[in-house]
Design a protein around this ligand. Sequence first.
Ligand code: PLP
Length: 231
Amino acid sequence: MIKDRIADVLKEVEARCRKSNRNPSEVTLIAVSKTKPLAMIEEAMACGQTEFGENKVQEMCEKASQLEGGAVNWHLIGHLQSNKVKKAVAVAGLIHSVDSLALAQEIDKQAGKIGKCQDILLEVNVADEKSKFGIRPEDVLPLVREVAQLKNIRLRGLMTVAPYTDDAETNRPYFRTMHDLMVDINQKNINNISVDVLSMGMSGDYGVAVEEGATHIRVGTYLFGERDYTK
Ligand SMILES: *Cc1c(COP(=O)(O)O)cnc(C)c1O
């Protein structure tokens, strides 16, 4: 049952926090509901889950409108194209996947039109994988400086999708690099920018991510089961 799975994750987060001298209240579980039916989201909501992640704008918006009135905070975690920014900004509480100045500028523009200040994260391709979106670690600070100029955007932190692995420990150095990058941003005193969100860790490696400072973990498969992309 989803209820038990959520409880498992929260318990594991607590154990990892204890081990690394962190407070579990610093860690938010985002339930990644992509490809999964509304009934599953509602089941999770009934257990008090409020944070949900989707990787497609269309799917996020459809689910949001069908759950209208429900207290869901939507996280857009997938690649975002400029032509979908308007819809994304209308619904997403936090956009995790900003990976270019052009995209940030479009978000700024669309947020301005509806009088919103959009919370965003910069997506970092921390292991420099060819198949992944995200900026390189060395491009983070220059982009932060540019994004800091945009009035309708609030930069909250960084996000990464670490390499797929059977051994979560192999991702520990990448999570550590992400934490270092966040510390780096805060030390540079860029235009009053202060970041505190580190979105990292998925079903296979969230425990290690928490030990290395994750504030938002994105868990799908463990909560909802394997995804079926053939439909
Ligand atoms: C699908 C997805 C997740 C969840 O991954 P699981 O392995 O199913 O927990 C997390 N982050 C992003 C960006 C995703 O696209």
